[in-house]
Design a protein. Sequence first.
Length: 171
Amino acid sequence: MTRSERPLFTAAQIRARVAELAAVLSRELAGGDLVALIVLKGALHFGSDLVRAMSIPMSVDFVQARSYRGTASTGKIDVLGRPTQDLRGKHVLIIEDILDTGVTAQALMDFVQAAGADRVIFCALFDKPARRTVPVNATHTGFTVDDVFIVGYGMDHDERYRELPDVYTLQ
Ligand code: 5GP
Ligand code: MG
């Protein structure tokens, strides 16, 4: 397996879309006690770029989600890294790289809700609606992609390609 030669999305395209998402989210989330919760590792660049493009005060925290993809227990995820701050009463913006089946997104939203957040907003840079098995209220997504596997801009295949500024398909 190797990445495509040409990017599916260039760093410039991503930058422009991130700016649009940041403007919408800044408007929608103004006035609340906001925590931006970046999901590691895949959203490391997206999260970093998105929070810097937003224009409202917030605190930044991290979670790590591990799924059991391809095993008998598919459909379950572990939330590994916990946010270091109390989420009770907060407005929590979950920042993910890609929304695929929806299992991870739903589990993360359940986790944040159970931690006592007042409001949970989910944002993913990429969305594969054709793959959804769990209905997720995904109002803030950057790009819709077909059923292809993408890498780069934080997203990996076996821990490779995360460092690339552009997004490629794996072939
Ligand atoms: P879901 O639980 O929605 O099926 O999966 C979401 C997670 O699966 C993403 O956060 C990401 O880690 C991984 N994933 C899904 N599709 C892709 C893809 O095309 N490329 C990469 N690198 N990871 C993906
Ligand atoms: Mg991920």
